[in-house]
Design a protein around this ligand. Structure first.
Ligand code: MCN
Ligand code: SMO
Length: 781
């Protein structure tokens, strides 16, 4: 592959984002902006109780066709997520609850009216009676031997339990240092700026159900909808309009999508549902809630010898499609060893069904919890052996010289220098100066520094998903590139831009291969009728997978451009270069429009030896390794804790990051900062608690604290750029990374600050209450 940078618009350019022009002016088109004549709006009746039998339901008299119950949706199949892992239990997730509800917020009825307000009024008139069942609201309750069953056909409340054991026995007997930790992370909701929403209508001309849905994965949604509705995929067109953030929330098929699509299909009309913030907070899929019991073994210098862990995930009531309730635990078990060189590891995971909304992947998928857990463990070992945490961390990290390195859970770390990133971030935060400064500030606040290093697996292959039990999630992508008759370039890819900038970065890659100026490249994404297949934008796969596919397709078109230009210039095609928007041979040059005109309008003048493939090509791509390519970063936080109020202030935050070659360093910065902002939410603020009856306690943004600009530090970032040997252009993903480390770095910093008080925090978010409780519980040193 020709990788020479040919201009300042290609790979590596800080190009302005193409999508910003419309978004900054409020001219984007989101699901809420779509208007179709005669379109009706939907409101859902949702269960007010966590676990109950539905004993009766009655429609308001005269409005029977506008209020729909499960029995009305004849022939619609429940969302069923299968897994190839033995022991996994399938949960049938109905679009509308049939005879039983399993979480507060589960849909019981669908109401249709000309406006949302009228639909909501209607929803008050449906009469539904429930007979309460005992709710399960924690992992511990779900795992009790006498626990009531959430899915009556299951033998227990576990979606799955797994175990891994390699080399521990010897270590347990002989290790000189042992530390024990219990850690937990809160349940969270994802809060994209735009909630979920969709418009479904019947297109009479095409004879197709058209579903315009705010999604990260349009082609996957078509597969899932076809399955649930029992119609051929070709009868469905899924279009992703502008998407105001997804973060994982929009990478699954939702019951609302099935129900509203069914309406459009059967009534041949247009219908819309827009999630409101309260629905998102109380009924939307949840994320993050983990519990860890960890015992780590080390030598007297802090060298990690073995790790023994138990992880329980509060998975909610149903598996989401296609990722299942078990992806989180699979990722947790596989990633807990982190960036460290570990020779012995035991891990049991429990994916527990509870009476809460289903559990979905959220930016970082398990790794924010896992990073918090392993990094707290490293700091605990450092305390046990009396050394600085960064030193112990540094000595345990996989060394640069060991790359590529296959870790104990089989992850193939492809390239990079993890210790170098830690050393760099330690410099950047000014560690020695901060230590010399002492542990209190003028107001009496305790000061602390914390570090965290992680790997971010990106662009996982088909086998990786299969190992996680998900044979339906393939690891490859396709893209189409076409030179128009007037010399512009059209790029089409089935992935979608959800805020992460692919409209721009895919164009940069196409420019890199063809030399067509960026302003003449138009990128169309996320429409099953217009774009080749892609599984979509998730798992930090976009730039590697879709970028790779665009590179392949653009490479094919570039070769054909050269062949035609060579004829026009009477030069050898190897002697041509792309310069300043033209195709150049020595002193002579032609424009892309000359090539377009020659191929499309005057084929009679082209000699027979010119490639007949045309100026349009589909490229398919998967990286040279199936296990994904690994980005990594080290974060450092400097914080102050007020021992009177328990309040934390982030005084400085530094990141040293390596995602291989960066296509657009400005976007990589933005991705990392945005992720880190969400990570800070996880670390300090966000929590979706449930009471003993399974009622959600955070139903407004007053209860659920999202960090805003005033809570966020001015992030500082440095990049390392180690190209992956296994991906096109050496690219690695970066979309999730920023969110992974903040909890770890910040809680390590809090515990560093509170060391003089002997207080230790093992639960996030690190709210003032929890910090004061940790101080109160501290044993005098
Ligand atoms: N990029 C780059 N050079 C690299 C790597 C990435 O320029 N070497 C840029 C690309 O524009 C790419 C973006 O950074 O699109 C993110 O990279 P990648 O890791 O390939 O992630 P995806 O494109 O697959 O996007 C999904 C990813 C995930 S999984 C979540 S969750 C997430 C994230 O991206 N959700 C986001 N970032 C988000 N950003 C916004 N604004 N909104 C979301 O919902
Ligand atoms: S949670 Mo990201 O969509 O993989």
């Amino acid at each position: 592959m020709d990788d020479r940078a040919i201009s300042n618009e290609g790979i590596g350019a800080r190009a302005l984002r193409k999508e910003d022009a419309r978004h900054l002016r409020g001219r984007g088109q989101f699901a809420g902006d779509i208007k179709i004549a005669g379109m009706q709006e939907i409101a859902f009746v949702r269960s007010p109780v966590a676990h109950a039998l539905i004993t009766s339901r009655r429609k308001p008299v005269g409005r029977e066709t506008d209020v729909l119950f499960a029995e009305d949706l004849a022939g619609v199949l429940p969302i069923t997520t299968r897994s190839s892992i033995p022991g996994y239990k399938v949960s049938d997730y109905p679009a509308l609850a049939t005879d039983r509800v399993r979480f507060v917020g589960e849909i019981v009825a669908m109401c249709v009216a000309p406006t949302r307000a009228q639909a909501e009024d209607l929803s008050e008139l449906a009469e539904i009676e429930y007979a309460d069942l005992e709710p399960i609201v924690s992992c511990a309750a779900g795992r009790r031997a006498d626990a009531p069953l959430i899915h009556e056909r299951w033998a227990d409340n576990l979606f799955l339990s797994t175990s891994f054991d390699q080399g521990m026995e010897e270590i347990v007997a002989s290790a000189p240092v042992r530390v024990d930790l219990e850690l937990s992370t809160a349940r969270q909701v994802m809060h994209p700026m735009e909630g979920k929403g969709l418009v479904a209508h019947w297109d009479h001309r095409a004879g197709q159900l058209v579903v315009q849905t705010s999604t990260q994965v349009p082609h996957m949604i078509r597969i899932g909808l076809a399955e649930c509705l029992g119609i051929p995929q070709a009868m469905i067109r899924v279009i992703a309009p502008d998407v105001g953030g997804g973060f994982g929330y929009k990478c699954m098929l939702m019951p609302e999508e099935v129900a509203v699509s069914w309406l459009a299909l059967t009534r041949k009309g247009a219908f819309r549902w827009l999630e409101d913030r309260r629905e998102h907070l109380t009924a939307g899929a949840n994320a993050r809630q983990h519990e860890y019991k960890i015992t780590a073994y080390a030598d007297r210098t802090g060298r990690l010898l073995g790790l023994d862990a138990e992880v329980a995930i509060d998975c909610g009531a149903y598996s989401v499609w296609p990722f299942s309730a078990c992806l989180e635990a699979a990722q947790a078990g596989g990633n807990l060893p982190g960036p460290y060189d570990l020779k012995a590891y035991r891990c049991r995971t429990y994916s527990v069904a509870t009476n809460k909304p289903p559990f979905a992947p959220y930016r970082g998928v398990a790794r924010p919890g896992v990073c918090f857990a392993i990094e707290a463990t490293i700091d605990a070992i450092a305390r046990a052996v009396g050394r600085e945490p960064w030193e112990v961390r540094l000595e345990n990290l996989v060394a640069g010289a060991a790359m590529p390195y296959t870790n104990i859970t089989g992850k193939h770390y492809d390239s990079g220098d993890y210790p170098a990133s830690l050393k760099a971030v330690k410099e950047m935060i000014g560690f020695d100066r901060l230590r010399a400064r002492g542990g209190r500030d003028a107001q009496g606040r305790y000061l602390g520094v914390g570090f965290a290093t992680y790997t971010e697996q990106s662009a996982h292959g088909t086998k990786v998903f299969a190992t996680w039990g998900l044979p339906l999630v393939p690891g490859f992508d396709q893209a189409q590139v076409k030179l128009t008759p007037d010399g512009a370039l059209e790029v089409r890819a089935g992935i979608h831009t959800i805020g992460q900038g692919l409209e721009t970065t895919l164009a940069q890659i196409a420019h890199e291969r063809t030399g067509v100026p960026l302003r003449h490249i138009r990128v169309t994404l996320g429409d099953t009728a217009l774009t080749p297949f892609s599984t979509g934008a998730y798992a930090s796969r976009g730039i590697v997978m879709s970028g790779g596919a665009v590179s392949v397709a653009a490479g094919i078109v570039a070769d054909r451009i050269r062949a035609i230009a060579a004829h026009l210039l009477q030069a050898r095609s190897e002697d041509l270069s792309f310069q300043a928007g033209r195709i150049v041979a020595g002193e002579a040059s032609v424009g892309y429009e000359d090539v377009g005109r020659a191929w499309y309008m005057r084929p009679d003048q082209l000699p027979d030896n010119v490639d007949r493939g045309g100026l349009e090509a589909v490229g398919a791509y998967k990286p040279a390794v199936d296990g994904g390519v690994f980005s990594y970063a080290s974060h450092a936080a400097w914080i102050a804790v007020d021992p009177e109020t328990g309040e934390v202030e982030i005084l400085d935050y530094a990141i040293v990051e390596d995602c291989g070659r960066m296509v657009n360093p400005m976007i990589v910065d933005g991705q990392t900062f945005g992720g880190a902002a969400q990570g800070i939410g996880t670390a300090l603020f966000e929590e979706s608690p449930y009471d003993d009856n399974g009622q959600p306690l955070a139903s407004t943004l007053i209860d659920y604290l999202l960090p805003g600009p005033t809570e966020l530090p001015r992030f500082r970032i440095q990049h390392m750029e180690t190209p992956s040997p296994y991906s096109a252009h050496g690219l690695k993903g970066v979309g999730e990374g920023g969110a992974i480390a903040p909890s770890a770095a910040i809680v390590n910093a809090i515990n560093d600050a509170l060391k003089p008080l002997n207080a230790l925090l093992g639960q996030i978010p690190a709210t003032p209450e929890r910090i004061l409780a940790a101080i109160a519980a501290a044993k005098p040193g």
